[in-house]
Design a protein. Structure first.
Length: 352
Protein backbone atom coordinates (compact mmCIF):
# COMPACT_ATOMS: atom_id res chain seq x y z
CA UNK A 1 0.00 0.00 0.00
CA UNK A 2 0.97 3.62 -0.16
CA UNK A 3 2.51 4.55 3.16
CA UNK A 4 -0.48 5.34 5.37
CA UNK A 5 0.00 6.70 8.85
CA UNK A 6 -0.66 5.01 12.10
CA UNK A 7 -1.33 7.19 15.10
CA UNK A 8 2.36 7.45 15.91
CA UNK A 9 3.13 9.03 12.54
CA UNK A 10 0.46 11.66 12.55
CA UNK A 11 2.94 14.41 13.25
CA UNK A 12 4.07 14.23 9.63
CA UNK A 13 0.74 15.25 8.20
CA UNK A 14 -0.48 18.79 7.78
CA UNK A 15 -3.44 20.14 9.64
CA UNK A 16 -5.52 20.54 6.51
CA UNK A 17 -5.29 16.85 5.78
CA UNK A 18 -6.29 15.93 9.31
CA UNK A 19 -9.40 18.05 9.29
CA UNK A 20 -10.38 17.40 5.68
CA UNK A 21 -13.14 15.00 6.63
CA UNK A 22 -14.60 17.22 9.33
CA UNK A 23 -17.68 19.14 8.29
CA UNK A 24 -17.47 17.86 4.72
CA UNK A 25 -19.67 15.02 3.54
CA UNK A 26 -18.26 12.77 0.83
CA UNK A 27 -20.99 13.38 -1.68
CA UNK A 28 -20.33 15.05 -4.99
CA UNK A 29 -23.82 16.56 -5.07
CA UNK A 30 -27.43 15.64 -4.58
CA UNK A 31 -27.92 11.93 -5.06
CA UNK A 32 -24.19 11.26 -5.58
CA UNK A 33 -21.88 9.23 -3.36
CA UNK A 34 -18.83 10.50 -5.20
CA UNK A 35 -16.79 13.35 -3.69
CA UNK A 36 -16.81 16.55 -5.72
CA UNK A 37 -13.28 17.77 -6.43
CA UNK A 38 -11.96 20.77 -8.31
CA UNK A 39 -8.91 20.61 -10.55
CA UNK A 40 -7.35 23.79 -11.94
CA UNK A 41 -5.34 23.28 -15.11
CA UNK A 42 -2.34 25.65 -15.07
CA UNK A 43 -2.16 26.14 -18.83
CA UNK A 44 -3.19 24.58 -22.13
CA UNK A 45 -0.47 25.84 -24.45
CA UNK A 46 1.94 22.90 -24.12
CA UNK A 47 1.64 19.27 -25.13
CA UNK A 48 2.51 18.17 -21.61
CA UNK A 49 -0.31 20.07 -19.93
CA UNK A 50 -2.76 19.19 -22.68
CA UNK A 51 -1.98 15.55 -21.94
CA UNK A 52 -2.60 16.15 -18.24
CA UNK A 53 -5.93 17.79 -19.15
CA UNK A 54 -6.86 14.70 -21.15
CA UNK A 55 -5.97 12.28 -18.35
CA UNK A 56 -7.72 14.13 -15.51
CA UNK A 57 -11.38 13.32 -16.32
CA UNK A 58 -10.34 9.79 -17.25
CA UNK A 59 -8.90 9.13 -13.80
CA UNK A 60 -11.68 11.01 -12.02
CA UNK A 61 -14.11 8.58 -13.62
CA UNK A 62 -11.95 5.54 -12.88
CA UNK A 63 -11.37 6.53 -9.26
CA UNK A 64 -14.96 7.57 -8.54
CA UNK A 65 -14.85 11.35 -8.17
CA UNK A 66 -17.13 14.04 -9.55
CA UNK A 67 -15.08 16.73 -11.24
CA UNK A 68 -15.12 20.48 -11.72
CA UNK A 69 -12.30 22.04 -13.76
CA UNK A 70 -10.92 25.49 -14.51
CA UNK A 71 -7.87 26.81 -16.38
CA UNK A 72 -5.77 29.57 -14.83
CA UNK A 73 -3.63 30.10 -17.96
CA UNK A 74 -0.42 30.65 -16.01
CA UNK A 75 -2.00 33.61 -14.18
CA UNK A 76 -2.02 33.61 -10.37
CA UNK A 77 -4.93 36.07 -10.27
CA UNK A 78 -7.02 33.71 -12.41
CA UNK A 79 -6.04 30.78 -10.19
CA UNK A 80 -7.20 32.72 -7.13
CA UNK A 81 -10.51 33.51 -8.83
CA UNK A 82 -10.91 29.90 -9.95
CA UNK A 83 -10.50 28.71 -6.38
CA UNK A 84 -13.32 31.06 -5.33
CA UNK A 85 -15.46 29.44 -8.02
CA UNK A 86 -14.63 25.99 -6.66
CA UNK A 87 -15.56 27.06 -3.15
CA UNK A 88 -18.91 28.42 -4.35
CA UNK A 89 -19.53 25.12 -6.16
CA UNK A 90 -19.05 23.18 -2.93
CA UNK A 91 -15.98 21.16 -3.82
CA UNK A 92 -14.53 18.99 -1.06
CA UNK A 93 -10.94 19.18 -2.30
CA UNK A 94 -8.84 21.15 -4.78
CA UNK A 95 -5.91 20.13 -6.99
CA UNK A 96 -3.81 22.83 -8.62
CA UNK A 97 -0.40 23.40 -10.20
CA UNK A 98 0.51 26.98 -9.24
CA UNK A 99 3.22 28.30 -11.52
CA UNK A 100 4.04 31.15 -9.11
CA UNK A 101 4.81 29.08 -6.05
CA UNK A 102 5.21 32.06 -3.71
CA UNK A 103 2.08 34.01 -4.57
CA UNK A 104 -0.27 31.08 -3.95
CA UNK A 105 0.19 31.26 -0.14
CA UNK A 106 -2.91 33.39 0.69
CA UNK A 107 -5.15 31.09 -1.37
CA UNK A 108 -3.80 28.05 0.45
CA UNK A 109 -4.48 29.74 3.77
CA UNK A 110 -8.07 30.40 2.74
CA UNK A 111 -8.65 26.81 1.71
CA UNK A 112 -7.09 25.51 4.91
CA UNK A 113 -9.36 27.78 6.95
CA UNK A 114 -12.35 26.32 5.12
CA UNK A 115 -11.05 22.77 5.74
CA UNK A 116 -10.77 22.06 2.02
CA UNK A 117 -7.69 19.90 1.42
CA UNK A 118 -5.30 20.76 -1.40
CA UNK A 119 -3.08 18.63 -3.60
CA UNK A 120 -0.56 20.47 -5.73
CA UNK A 121 0.66 18.89 -8.95
CA UNK A 122 4.10 19.34 -10.48
CA UNK A 123 4.90 22.36 -8.28
CA UNK A 124 5.36 22.78 -4.54
CA UNK A 125 4.28 25.96 -2.74
CA UNK A 126 7.09 27.94 -1.15
CA UNK A 127 5.01 28.38 2.02
CA UNK A 128 1.71 27.07 3.31
CA UNK A 129 0.22 23.64 3.93
CA UNK A 130 -1.11 21.14 1.44
CA UNK A 131 -2.28 17.56 1.92
CA UNK A 132 0.17 16.19 -0.67
CA UNK A 133 2.46 17.40 -3.42
CA UNK A 134 2.37 15.11 -6.46
CA UNK A 135 5.60 15.75 -8.26
CA UNK A 136 8.79 14.21 -9.54
CA UNK A 137 12.21 15.05 -8.15
CA UNK A 138 12.96 18.15 -10.20
CA UNK A 139 16.53 18.40 -8.95
CA UNK A 140 17.05 14.98 -10.53
CA UNK A 141 15.87 16.46 -13.84
CA UNK A 142 18.75 18.92 -13.83
CA UNK A 143 21.24 16.31 -12.66
CA UNK A 144 20.22 13.81 -15.34
CA UNK A 145 20.48 16.44 -18.07
CA UNK A 146 23.89 17.46 -16.75
CA UNK A 147 25.19 13.90 -16.68
CA UNK A 148 23.98 13.20 -20.20
CA UNK A 149 25.50 16.37 -21.69
CA UNK A 150 28.67 16.03 -19.64
CA UNK A 151 29.21 12.50 -20.89
CA UNK A 152 28.41 13.36 -24.52
CA UNK A 153 30.71 16.40 -24.50
CA UNK A 154 33.44 14.37 -22.77
CA UNK A 155 33.62 16.95 -20.00
CA UNK A 156 34.52 20.02 -22.06
CA UNK A 157 32.72 22.63 -24.16
CA UNK A 158 29.84 25.08 -23.97
CA UNK A 159 26.14 24.52 -23.31
CA UNK A 160 23.07 26.71 -23.08
CA UNK A 161 20.48 26.09 -20.39
CA UNK A 162 17.04 27.43 -21.35
CA UNK A 163 15.64 27.94 -17.87
CA UNK A 164 11.95 27.87 -17.08
CA UNK A 165 10.70 30.44 -14.59
CA UNK A 166 12.68 31.09 -11.43
CA UNK A 167 9.44 32.11 -9.68
CA UNK A 168 8.65 28.38 -9.87
CA UNK A 169 10.20 25.77 -7.59
CA UNK A 170 10.60 23.61 -10.69
CA UNK A 171 12.66 26.20 -12.52
CA UNK A 172 14.81 26.81 -9.46
CA UNK A 173 15.34 23.10 -8.74
CA UNK A 174 16.31 22.23 -12.31
CA UNK A 175 18.58 25.26 -12.68
CA UNK A 176 20.37 24.86 -9.36
CA UNK A 177 20.89 21.12 -9.76
CA UNK A 178 22.18 21.43 -13.33
CA UNK A 179 24.65 24.16 -12.34
CA UNK A 180 25.82 22.32 -9.22
CA UNK A 181 26.29 19.06 -11.13
CA UNK A 182 28.28 20.77 -13.89
CA UNK A 183 30.48 22.62 -11.40
CA UNK A 184 31.20 19.44 -9.46
CA UNK A 185 31.53 16.88 -12.24
CA UNK A 186 32.32 18.81 -15.43
CA UNK A 187 34.18 22.01 -14.45
CA UNK A 188 35.51 22.45 -18.00
CA UNK A 189 32.01 22.87 -19.41
CA UNK A 190 30.78 26.47 -19.60
CA UNK A 191 27.05 26.92 -18.91
CA UNK A 192 25.13 29.89 -20.30
CA UNK A 193 21.92 30.18 -18.29
CA UNK A 194 19.02 31.96 -20.00
CA UNK A 195 15.81 32.82 -18.16
CA UNK A 196 12.76 32.29 -20.40
CA UNK A 197 9.73 32.21 -18.06
CA UNK A 198 8.65 29.00 -19.81
CA UNK A 199 8.09 30.96 -23.04
CA UNK A 200 9.10 29.37 -26.34
CA UNK A 201 9.63 32.59 -28.29
CA UNK A 202 11.88 34.00 -25.57
CA UNK A 203 13.86 30.77 -25.46
CA UNK A 204 14.37 30.77 -29.23
CA UNK A 205 15.51 34.40 -29.27
CA UNK A 206 18.01 33.89 -26.45
CA UNK A 207 19.36 30.67 -27.95
CA UNK A 208 19.84 32.43 -31.28
CA UNK A 209 21.82 35.19 -29.58
CA UNK A 210 24.05 32.71 -27.77
CA UNK A 211 24.71 30.69 -30.93
CA UNK A 212 25.68 33.88 -32.73
CA UNK A 213 28.05 34.90 -29.95
CA UNK A 214 29.39 31.37 -29.42
CA UNK A 215 29.11 29.26 -32.59
CA UNK A 216 31.03 26.48 -30.82
CA UNK A 217 28.14 25.70 -28.43
CA UNK A 218 27.64 21.93 -28.37
CA UNK A 219 24.76 21.37 -25.96
CA UNK A 220 21.31 22.70 -25.11
CA UNK A 221 19.34 21.86 -21.98
CA UNK A 222 15.75 23.05 -22.22
CA UNK A 223 13.88 22.68 -18.96
CA UNK A 224 10.60 21.83 -20.66
CA UNK A 225 9.24 21.00 -24.10
CA UNK A 226 8.00 24.60 -24.39
CA UNK A 227 11.27 25.26 -26.25
CA UNK A 228 11.24 22.15 -28.41
CA UNK A 229 9.89 23.46 -31.71
CA UNK A 230 11.89 26.68 -31.64
CA UNK A 231 15.14 24.94 -30.75
CA UNK A 232 14.80 22.38 -33.54
CA UNK A 233 13.91 25.07 -36.07
CA UNK A 234 16.85 27.24 -35.08
CA UNK A 235 19.35 24.40 -35.26
CA UNK A 236 18.00 23.45 -38.69
CA UNK A 237 18.30 27.03 -39.96
CA UNK A 238 21.93 27.12 -38.86
CA UNK A 239 22.79 23.79 -40.43
CA UNK A 240 23.31 22.19 -37.03
CA UNK A 241 20.51 19.63 -37.25
CA UNK A 242 22.89 16.85 -38.15
CA UNK A 243 23.44 13.31 -36.80
CA UNK A 244 25.50 12.80 -33.62
CA UNK A 245 28.29 11.35 -35.78
CA UNK A 246 28.75 14.77 -37.41
CA UNK A 247 31.18 17.10 -35.56
CA UNK A 248 28.66 19.94 -35.95
CA UNK A 249 26.01 18.11 -33.91
CA UNK A 250 24.55 20.01 -30.96
CA UNK A 251 23.26 17.71 -28.21
CA UNK A 252 19.77 18.61 -27.04
CA UNK A 253 18.17 17.44 -23.80
CA UNK A 254 14.58 18.29 -22.87
CA UNK A 255 12.26 17.67 -19.92
CA UNK A 256 8.71 16.32 -20.24
CA UNK A 257 8.56 13.08 -22.23
CA UNK A 258 5.76 14.18 -24.55
CA UNK A 259 5.11 12.00 -27.62
CA UNK A 260 6.87 14.45 -29.95
CA UNK A 261 10.05 14.33 -27.89
CA UNK A 262 10.11 10.54 -28.01
CA UNK A 263 9.63 10.63 -31.79
CA UNK A 264 12.37 13.25 -32.10
CA UNK A 265 14.80 11.12 -30.09
CA UNK A 266 14.10 8.09 -32.27
CA UNK A 267 14.59 10.24 -35.39
CA UNK A 268 17.80 11.80 -34.08
CA UNK A 269 16.34 15.32 -33.98
CA UNK A 270 17.05 15.65 -30.25
CA UNK A 271 19.10 13.39 -28.01
CA UNK A 272 17.36 12.91 -24.67
CA UNK A 273 14.56 13.95 -22.35
CA UNK A 274 13.42 13.31 -18.80
CA UNK A 275 9.91 11.88 -18.80
CA UNK A 276 7.70 13.46 -16.16
CA UNK A 277 4.51 11.42 -15.88
CA UNK A 278 1.50 13.43 -17.02
CA UNK A 279 -0.73 10.40 -16.56
CA UNK A 280 0.37 9.70 -12.98
CA UNK A 281 0.13 13.38 -12.05
CA UNK A 282 -3.56 13.23 -12.96
CA UNK A 283 -4.12 9.85 -11.31
CA UNK A 284 -2.57 10.63 -7.96
CA UNK A 285 -3.94 14.17 -7.78
CA UNK A 286 -7.42 12.67 -7.77
CA UNK A 287 -6.43 9.71 -5.61
CA UNK A 288 -4.89 11.84 -2.86
CA UNK A 289 -7.83 14.24 -2.87
CA UNK A 290 -10.15 11.30 -2.27
CA UNK A 291 -7.87 10.09 0.52
CA UNK A 292 -7.85 13.53 2.13
CA UNK A 293 -11.63 13.84 1.98
CA UNK A 294 -11.93 10.36 3.53
CA UNK A 295 -9.66 11.41 6.41
CA UNK A 296 -6.70 9.21 5.49
CA UNK A 297 -3.17 10.28 6.38
CA UNK A 298 0.29 9.39 5.08
CA UNK A 299 3.88 9.27 6.21
CA UNK A 300 7.26 9.48 4.53
CA UNK A 301 8.52 6.31 2.87
CA UNK A 302 8.17 4.12 -0.21
CA UNK A 303 4.78 3.74 -1.88
CA UNK A 304 3.04 0.89 -3.66
CA UNK A 305 3.51 2.67 -7.01
CA UNK A 306 7.32 2.70 -7.08
CA UNK A 307 7.78 6.20 -5.75
CA UNK A 308 8.87 7.74 -2.46
CA UNK A 309 7.00 10.13 -0.19
CA UNK A 310 9.32 12.64 1.47
CA UNK A 311 8.61 15.22 4.15
CA UNK A 312 9.60 18.54 2.63
CA UNK A 313 8.85 20.53 5.78
CA UNK A 314 6.38 20.20 8.64
CA UNK A 315 2.93 20.14 7.08
CA UNK A 316 4.04 19.22 3.57
CA UNK A 317 4.56 15.72 2.16
CA UNK A 318 5.65 15.13 -1.43
CA UNK A 319 5.11 11.96 -3.47
CA UNK A 320 8.08 11.95 -5.82
CA UNK A 321 7.03 9.93 -8.85
CA UNK A 322 9.57 8.30 -11.12
CA UNK A 323 10.89 10.34 -14.05
CA UNK A 324 13.47 8.41 -16.10
CA UNK A 325 16.09 9.74 -18.47
CA UNK A 326 15.12 8.75 -22.03
CA UNK A 327 17.64 8.25 -24.84
CA UNK A 328 17.86 6.50 -28.20
CA UNK A 329 20.09 3.69 -26.96
CA UNK A 330 18.98 3.26 -23.34
CA UNK A 331 22.57 3.68 -22.22
CA UNK A 332 24.09 4.90 -18.96
CA UNK A 333 25.52 8.42 -18.89
CA UNK A 334 27.66 9.69 -16.07
CA UNK A 335 26.32 6.87 -13.94
CA UNK A 336 22.71 7.75 -14.83
CA UNK A 337 20.74 4.92 -16.48
CA UNK A 338 18.23 5.66 -19.23
CA UNK A 339 15.40 3.91 -21.04
CA UNK A 340 14.98 3.71 -24.79
CA UNK A 341 12.63 6.18 -26.42
CA UNK A 342 10.36 3.40 -27.73
CA UNK A 343 9.92 1.83 -24.26
CA UNK A 344 6.21 1.11 -23.82
CA UNK A 345 6.33 1.96 -20.11
CA UNK A 346 6.65 5.65 -21.03
CA UNK A 347 3.35 7.51 -20.96
CA UNK A 348 4.36 9.41 -24.09
CA UNK A 349 4.22 6.13 -26.04
CA UNK A 350 0.69 5.45 -24.82
CA UNK A 351 -0.86 8.89 -25.14
CA UNK A 352 -3.03 7.98 -28.12
Amino acid sequence: MRRQLGSAGAVLVLAAGLVAACGNDSGGGAGSSKPLVGVDYPRSDTDFWNSFIKYTPQFASELGADLKTTNSQNDIAKLTANVQTFISQGVKGVAMAPQDTAAIAPTLQQLEAKKIPVVTIDTRPDTGNVFMVVRADNRAYGEKACQFLGAKLKGAGKVVMLEGGLDSINGRDRTEAFNECMKKNYPNITVFGEATNWDGATASQKLQTRLTEHPDIKGVYMQSSFALAGTKQLLKQRGLAVPPTDPKHVYVVSNDGIPQELKDIAAGDIDATVSQPADLYAKYAISYLKDAIAGKTFQAGPTDHHSTIIQVRPGVLEDQLQAPLVTADGGTYGGTPSVKSEDKSLWGNNAG
